[in-house]
Design a protein around this ligand. Structure first.
Ligand SMILES: Cc1ncc(C[n+]2csc(CCOP(=O)(O)OP(=O)(O)O)c2C)c(N)n1
Ligand SMILES: [Mg+2]
Length: 341
């Protein structure tokens, strides 16, 4: 699976079931394009020097949060790490608030005090991202346990990377979640790199779902760039978790187009990240695959897509220009919002 080239996506289930499915496909395609263009804008402005802090971009990986978020409710509890723009945007496409946060403005998701790696928006169920690798995975299990004790059928979600599974807390969290039957979905975005190091140099296997087996969690290992498959399998796992059957594990193999941080591609600075590999993965672009499969199925056209792209470009321009003009937080607010009530 890892080395296969560009693939069409099988849309037959979704097209035949009901007419609303075209609306659904258009929605997920639009979300992916908006997230992609938003992160490309961040790359550009980082390069231009207007963004001061680091930005970890997930361009190439958009299918994962967009597909999973379609199966979540606003009362679910989602946690993430340093590469989390798309995880939040898939729940709330308010790119203005993301731009404002990354520019340190008081109108941002975290009131300008968090920046790119400390995002929060509990109104849509995004409970927070923290750059300490695997730093939120145990919190997700705690939030899942709380949801269970409150007799809700909410779940928690922990987005972690293939590098994060090398942290001990992930294994404690998997074990505890299983033993206590906690409603948590562990999502492993296996982009095959932790900073600059390929997984083949760090782990005895390229597949992390062996840790799901070790803890008896139901799991899927999927092509993370096939949005339909990620949607359908995450739906199954999430339904199973909501029915009080305990945690689930979803491993999604993907690739990030930018390097570890900021806009550079990191070609050949990391072992096993060559121009050729990157080009191969670009042919497996999740956006291209969905859009091309829709066009091939004669339910979509390039013209419709260009119309969407133009609207998004305009939205990005308006949002960025507005965020740039916003104010920084007041100095006297520095000690506020440290503790939550
Ligand atoms: C506990 C800890 N160790 C090391 C780091 C430095 N660091 C930041 S991101 C990263 C790699 C994480 O890789 P992965 O979990 O695969 O996520 P990806 O960057 O690929 O999305 C490392 C080692 C950190 N932030 N926290
Ligand atoms: Mg990784």
């Amino acid at each position: 699976m890892l080395d296969k080239l560009y693939d069409p996506i099988n849309l037959s289930n979704l097209i035949s079931i009901d007419k609303n499915n075209l609306k659904f496909l258009k929605k997920i395609l639009t979300s992916m394009i908006l997230i992609r263009k938003t992160e490309n804008k961040l790359a550009l402005e980082k390069k231009n020097g207007l963004i001061k802090g680091p930005v970890h971009l997930g361009v190439g990986q958009e299918a994962i949060p967009v597909a999973i978020s379609e199966n979540l409710k606003k009362t679910d509890r989602v946690f993430s790490g340093h590469r989390s723009h798309s995880h939040l945007l898939a729940l709330n496409l308010d790119i203005y608030k993301l731009f404002a946060e990354i520019l340190g403005k008081e109108t941002g998701f975290s009131k300008g005090m968090g920046g790119s790696m400390h995002l929060i928006d509990r109104s849509v169920g995004f409970y927070g991202s923290v750059p300490i690798v695997a730093g939120t995975v145990s919190l997700a299990v705690g939030a899942g346990l709380a949801a269970k004790m409150q007799n809700s059928n909410d779940i928690s979600v922990a987005y972690i990377g293939d590098g994060a599974v090398e942290e001990g807390v992930v294994h404690e969290s998997l074990n505890l979640a299983k033993v206590l039957n906690v409603p948590t979905l562990f999502v492993i975005e296996n982009n095959q790199f932790a900073s600059h190091m390929n997984i083949s140099l760090r782990q005895p296997s390229k597949i992390t779902s062996r840790f799901a087996e070790a803890n008896s969690l139901p799991c899927y290992t999927l092509d993370g760039n096939n949005i339909v498959d990620v949607y359908e399998k995450s739906k199954k796992l999430i339904q199973n978790i909501r029915e009080n059957n305990g945690p689930g594990f979803l491993e999604l193999v993907t690739y990030r187009w930018y390097g570890h941080v900021d806009w550079r591609e990191d070609i050949d600075v990391g072992v096993e990240r060559s121009k050729q590999k990157l080009e191969n993965w670009k042919r497996k672009d999740p956006i291209l695959r969905l859009s091309q499969s829709m066009i091939d199925s004669k339910i979509w056209s390039k013209e419709q897509e260009i119309e969407i792209e133009n609207k998004i470009d305009e939205q990005i321009k308006i949002s960025w220009d507005k965020a740039i003009k916003d104010s920084y937080p007041q100095k006297n607010s520095i000690s506020k919002f440290v503790y939550s009530n």
